[in-house]
Design a protein around this ligand. Sequence first.
Ligand code: ATP
Ligand code: MG
Length: 651
Amino acid sequence: MSVDSQKLSTLMHENRTFPPSDEFRAQANFNDERIYEQAAQDPEAYWSEQALHLSWFKPFENVLKWTPPHAKWFLGGKLNAAYNCVDRHAFGPRKNKAALIWEGEPGDTRVLTYDMLRREVDKAAHALKRLGVQKGDRVSIYLPMIPELPIAMLAAAKIGAIHSVVFAGFSSQSLQQRLEDAKSKVLITADGGWRRGGITPLKANADEALVQTPVEKVVVVQRVGEVAGITMQENRDVYWHELLAESPTTPFEPEPMDSEDVLYLLYTSGTTGKPKGIVHSTGGYLTGANTSMRSVFDIKDSDVWFCTADIGWVTGHTYLVYGPLSAGTTVVMYEGGPDYPTRDRYWQIIEKYGVTVLYTAPTLIRTFMKWGESHPAAHDLSTLRLLGTVGEPINPEAWMWFHQHVGRGTCPIVDTWWQTETGCAMIAPLPGIVPTKPGSATRAVPGIDIDVVDENGESVGFENGGYLVIKKPWPSMLRTVWQDDARYRDTYFGKFEGVYLPGDGAHVDADGYVWILGRIDDVINVSGHRIGTAEVESALVAHPAVAEAAVIGRAHDVKGQAITAFVTVRDGITTDEQLVADLKRTVVEQIGAMARPEEIIFAAELPKTRSAKIMRRLLRDIAEGRVLGDTTTLADPSVVDTLKAQYKDAE
Ligand code: ATP
Ligand code: MG
């Protein structure tokens, strides 16, 4: 195959643009375009200037040591992440500012000021220390979205222990794998968690997982109480509140950490295969997280920040804990589901707390579209001034819906492309500078050097698809894969030497805007055209009947591959032959005949990871009649069973 036909096709064109208003631009933290040029000329100077927004116990001497594929940032510097997120605010002018406004699913609330948060973190740090946790030890955390989750993370960070948060929606088997991989000494969990009115039996799951793990002590937070009906194992299990009650009230001395010391490890979503244990450093990671709050999210002391991600994912780590707290922000944290008890719960929360910046995911926006605009319309959302999305490509129609029905047509939207591995947003507009286009994450943030290249690593220029790459190291990049540096080298640096490969396809349009075309693993090859999934899916979502779509390539005798589209429709739509024909026509009209789906399967739900990303590899397995690959990260196994049965019937 020629190099040319290896390129990804680019099919869709989007001409709508939304420049920042003069008003927004005037007040933005970053509103001088020259920052891009300056940072590109001397990225080390840019990043070292950003790092000085953190408090260092000992200043760094060297900005970067790059021995590909390993980078070290801010060498010689000493700092503590918890000190930066809590103490420096609590012992300063933000002492009585709300750090955390927490809303429980049943409607209970808790507000912790920076001073109160500092006291809780210190009590927890004293307690973990008494349990024998030392610098460098791993502490696994399997908690629902309650204040004890960030408190436990920050307590570990204060000691210099490495936390490994496991999303509370994971089964005991997934928890066990992660406990074993991390070789954790302590597990912090809860009796149970609230989810859509029901109880997730966290302690019971943990008990199952703990057979044959190195865990010595289990700390149990009481969240649901008596109804959980849990059993405590003598000499191993201890209640969080009893343990903390024995802690002194004196401040806990933060451990001075080397900039390169590990802050945490966290497993990827498992969308494309077995999850990877991503390792993040202290100084570089925190610099990236903190910088993006000020640049991409334009954060101010007056903001009320609501990020809807679960802390079990990197978005929650960076944008519920380390980013906003290091910037001294007021964070709104919500425990439960978006439709409990009613489908307007998020809008209620925004109205109640006067949220100014909302950061959410395309999958949720598509769900809100499915439910209809009456829900946001029923609430006063006028405090919102900036919106953000992350996790998947946002289809232009979902972007427009978000813009109109949540942003009142005035809030800038920052579509942020990044990964567990990158630590913070890499491609995203600075909202006071960059005009946005629906569906594009726009351009790399200052200090980040990206390109789109072909098989040989040559730049493909404008309007051609290829591999997205990051050409220079950046502070918050992963340092390795936990206990598996070979996997680190192979996965991220195995294709192009010294150049980071994220695994996504992309193209850059004539204005220099980046469009994510989907995962390289999911690329479809129809009669020699290499087609990314995102464009075909966006064409389908643009049809008023469609809420969500996932397309895959299925083996085909003549074409190589044929496109199968799995589609979920909006509430109240009937799925008939007419709609099938309409949808096929929509795709042909918008992007061309080669992208015409061979078949359209209507599904009630699409298979998603527990972080709510569409798992196309499982759809491929279904369509090609294979045994399913790794399903441990699948949110709801019944979805694939239904689809399998449905697919057989359709054949
Ligand atoms: P695994 O690596 O285990 O397969 P994963 O890649 O889904 O799982 P994450 O780190 O949670 O794990 O997700 C990062 C990926 O999410 C990116 O590589 C990209 O494919 C997708 N993504 C995130 N944000 C965006 C965005 N704004 N636009 C398009 N895609 C995005
Ligand atoms: Mg990935």
